[in-house]
Design a protein around this ligand. Structure first.
Ligand code: PBG
Length: 355
């Protein structure tokens, strides 16, 4: 008979009981780690379901305020606002983004006046506000290129070259973002999150906030944001798909690696970002780990609309245990280095954690 060799190491020892596993757990979830996104649109008493994101709604500011009150009582400490804009309010420069009575600013003021004890974050972008759905001013619509609609039509039918980035003008867009940021700060935003992937937008927005008397408002850079098909349901939710072309001329190419991501994150930090974000989350855990290790500011993970929709679809078909799968991914984000997580699951996660 063969003798069994002496094996002192047994990995299973520490997996022996709940108490033991809890004692040695290295990754934790706390209510303060979660940020809940909200879609707001002008009007009253609106609670319109978003079909591709079951459980998510477009809300008018009054209803959003009720929702925020409930979230606060559940222990959620932060929310991020996205504006949904009526087609009639859209134009080629996204002027409505700088209207102090738009849905985002109105919701911020209502929340501040009601004394909601949550951090207000705003997504700073133009794609929800422009008629073409791109994240900024297009070259064809710039001040010098700005002619009549008739002229533009002539140009586009003349077979003129349309650059693959749709010609989004970087620096002109940054000036508009700065204006929008000051407006958000005035309305009560605590943290502003520029998401358009324009170069140097952090520096421009930081300077504008400081000049306007808001040196204490912090910036969360969407530093590492990939051109991702996982944003599909969001574009339905925010009614903001690009009307032509795509965003690959400004958002990142997923075939690049961690070095580019680190460079993006470090640039944002140099320009004054107080925190950076990696987005999407689940397909980019390697990037999240690399960025979290490379920068000395808190790093966030954004679990985006397509990730949420996949879980919801699989769960409704009965193919996965939604709660267990979602909590597992939340731990994965934290393990990969996320200080906090922006997720449409914020409410449910808090419920599952016993809040
Ligand atoms: C705005 C913005 C988008 C998302 C967050 N901010 C859309 C995009 O870049 O196309 C996507 C979020 C999600 O999918 O949940 N630029």
């Amino acid at each position: 008979m063969k003798t069994i060799p002496y094996r002192p190491v047994r990995m299973r020892r520490l997996r022996h009981s709940d108490m033991l596993r809890d004692m040695v757990a290295e990754t934790t979830l706390s209510p303060a780690n979660f940020v809940a996104p909200l879609f707001v649109r002008r009007g009253e008493n609106i609670r319109r379901p978003i079909l591709s994101m079951p459980g998510q709604f477009q809300l008018s500011p009054d209803i959003a305020l009720d929702e925020l009150g409930e979230m606060a009582s559940r222990g959620i400490k932060a929310y991020i606002l996205f504006g949904v804009v009526d087609p009639a309010d859209k134009d080629d420069r996204g002027t409505h983004a700088c209207d102090p009575d738009n849905a985002v600013c109105t919701t911020l003021r209502l929340a501040r006046d009601a004394g909601i004890q949550m951090l207000a974050i705003t997504d700073l972008c133009f794609c929800e506000y422009t008629s073409h759905g791109h994240c900024g001013v297009l070259a064809r619509d710039s001040a010098k290129g700005r002619k009549s609609a008739h002229d533009r039509k002539k140009k586009s039918t003349s077979g003129r070259f349309v650059p693959p980035d749709a010609g989004v003008l970087n620096d002109e867009t940054n000036e508009n973002l700065a204006r929008q940021a000051v407006l958000h700060a005035q309305a009560g935003a605590d943290i502003i999150a520029p998401s358009g992937m324009m170069d140097h937008c952090i520096a421009v927005v930081r300077a504008a906030l400081d000049r306007a008397g808001f040196p204490h408002k912090s910036l969360l850079g969407y530093a590492v944001k990939y051109a991702s098909s996982f944003y599909g349901p969001f574009r339905e939710a925010a009614e903001s798909p690009p009307q032509f072309g795509d965003r690959r001329g400004y958002q990142m190419d997923f075939r690049r690696g961690a070095r580019e991501a680190i460079r993006e994150a470090k640039l944002d930090v140099q320009e004054g970002a107080d925190m950076v974000m990696v987005k999407p989350a689940m397909p980019y855990l390697d990037i999240l780990r690399a960025v979290a290790d490379a920068v000395d500011v808190p790093c966030a993970a954004y679990q985006v609309s397509g990730e949420y929709a996949m879980f919801k679809a699989a769960a409704s078909a009965g193919w996965i245990d939604e709660r267990q799968c979602v909590l597992e991914t939340m731990h994965a984000f934290r393990r990969a280095g996320a200080s906090f997580i922006i997720t449409y699951y914020a409410n449910e996660v808090l419920e599952w954690l016993g809040n």
